[in-house]
Design a protein around this ligand. Structure first.
Ligand SMILES: *[C@@H]1O[C@H](CO)[C@@H](O)[C@H](O)[C@H]1NC(C)=O
Length: 455
């Protein structure tokens, strides 16, 4: 019962560590260098470069509107002049985040439902006799339904379709080459919901006509939201006129990196541009086109249509962003991990000092202090522990016999007076080297261990 009371009383004691100072330049310098490196890392990288004191948010909410401006006049020898406005060449016309600008096209006007030969560019439409054109079958990847007749003059099946079927080849020069000078106005609104922060990419300026006159340029007008299509393509490293022939795809990346500890006006977007269809040189996969038709009715009420196969450039606007604001929790975490790193350095220096140097055994002797009991047993707690170990030492005897011989050897050198000492009850088993500390507390015992080794 008294022992248990002693244990609970000891809970109320404050335990502090005892330090051993090793006067060793090499380890000292190594440890200071390590501390400097860790400090540099925490201050320079974690706090300054990575802003580790900030709470970050990457879940950006965003909305993009686009509007194109510009007109183009095409002059086709067969169909005459045709004026293209934004409502004609932008598909879809409602100003989305992804838009397509027509740069080249094949027009097949005045198609009516009827019977006509299939195009000879469709393999399944070719024939040598009527047997090749089974009635009622659709032409695979073709324009209509076979009627069972092979037309000898074209070598293709007759089909029930919108006639005549598309026959012109793709123009070698883009018909809407003027699209290079079109402009697109990109409005982008963003919000960081956690910080309740709103922003738009349209520069807030006192100058009323600024938006009417500017075009984006990374040097002169980095915050003007109006882009010249020719420049957009050339910034990706491609040529607009070349890309306009078969079409392609361009990515516009808007990146927001906002430090909300700083002023609102410093949160501005960065634009970058890439070409997204990468197989530029592969003639089979390159390009972008699709077909659509405009339907009309003649005075008799019969419908006819104009078919367009359009080639063009598709623009994909991608928005991403990150905002950061000071917060105490990440600051504490960053500091805590820094302190833990400092501790790792002390551990590494200990390992070098105690195990990897010529003089390591000396330091080990001084660092690991092993206490044996004096016979008179002034310390009642020690005496208590001694009693317990007497009991258990009998059981331990077999397994520990070798170590015990060691210990008794050392102990015997110090003093041969007692059997209690020979049992060496409190020697910690986990220390590297055992050092029997039956030193009599005398004037020459210094706590400050001073040692100047010669390496
Ligand atoms: C675009 O505009 C510039 C200057 O106004 C002009 O020199 C150029 O020929 C135009 N490009 C096209 C393809 O029309």
């Amino acid at each position: 019962m008294a022992a248990r009371g002693g244990f609970f009383l000891s809970l109320l004691n404050y335990k502090t560590e005892k330090y051993v100072i090793a006067e060793n330049r090499k380890i000292g310098i190594l440890f200071r260098l390590y501390q400097l490196a860790v400090l540099g890392y925490i201050i320079g990288w974690v706090f300054v470069a990575k802003k580790g004191y900030q709470e970050k948010e990457e879940a950006i909410q965003t909305s993009v509107f686009t509007k194109l401006k510009g007109v183009a006049l095409t002059n086709d020898s067969n169909k005459g002049l045709h004026l293209w406005g934004a409502e004609d060449y932008v598909i879809p016309p409602n100003g989305e985040q992804v838009f397509f600008v027509v740069t080249n096209y094949i027009e097949t006007p005045n198609q009516r439902l009827g019977f006509c030969p299939e195009s000879d560019r469709v393999p399944d439409g070719r024939c040598t006799s009527d047997d090749d054109c089974e009635e009622g079958e659709t032409v695979i990847a073709g324009n209509g339904i076979k009627t069972g007749v092979c037309i000898n003059s074209t070598g293709t099946c007759e089909v029930h379709a919108w006639c005549p079927v598309e026959y012109s080849p793709r123009p070698q020069e883009p018909l809407l080459s003027a699209a290079e000078n079109f402009t697109v106005y990109i409005k982008n609104f963003i919000r960081f919901p956690n910080f309740n922060f709103f922003r738009s990419n349209v520069l807030e300026t006192a100058e009323a006509n600024y938006l009417k006159n500017c075009t984006y340029d990374s040097e002169t007008h980095p915050y003007c939201p109006i882009f010249h299509l020719g420049n957009l393509v050339s910034w990706t490293g491609s040529d607009f006129q070349e890309m306009a022939v078969k079409g392609g795809s361009v990515g516009i990346l808007i990146e927001w990196k906002c430090d909300l500890d700083k002023d609102y006006s410093l949160c501005n977007p960065q634009y970058s541009f890439t070409r997204l269809d990468i197989n530029i040189n592969n003639s089979v996969t390159s390009g972008y086109n699709f077909r659509y038709a405009k339907h009309f009715k003649d005075p008799k009420g019969e419908s006819f249509r104009t078919l367009y196969k359009v080639y063009g450039i598709r623009f994909d606007i991608m928005v991403n962003g990150q905002a950061g604001k000071f917060s105490i929790v990440p600051t504490i975490i960053a500091l805590g991990s820094g302190i833990a790193l400092l501790g790792a350095g002390a551990f590494a220096c200990d390992m070098i000092l105690l195990y990897m140097m010529n003089t390591s055994s000396f330091y080990r002797e001084r660092k690991f202090e092993i206490i044996n009991f004096n016979k008179d047993g002034k310390d009642s707690k020690a005496a208590h522990r001694e009693r317990r170990s007497k009991k258990s030492s009998v059981e331990k005897e077999a397994s520990n016999s070798i170590t015990r011989e060691d210990e008794t050897g050392v102990a015997a050198a110090e003093s041969q007076s007692s059997s209690v000492e020979r049992r060496g009850p409190t020697i910690p088993r986990n220390t590297g080297q055992r050092y029997s500390a039956l030193l009599s507390p005398g004037p020459d015992q210094k706590l400050h261990v001073s040692f100047s080794p010669r390496f």
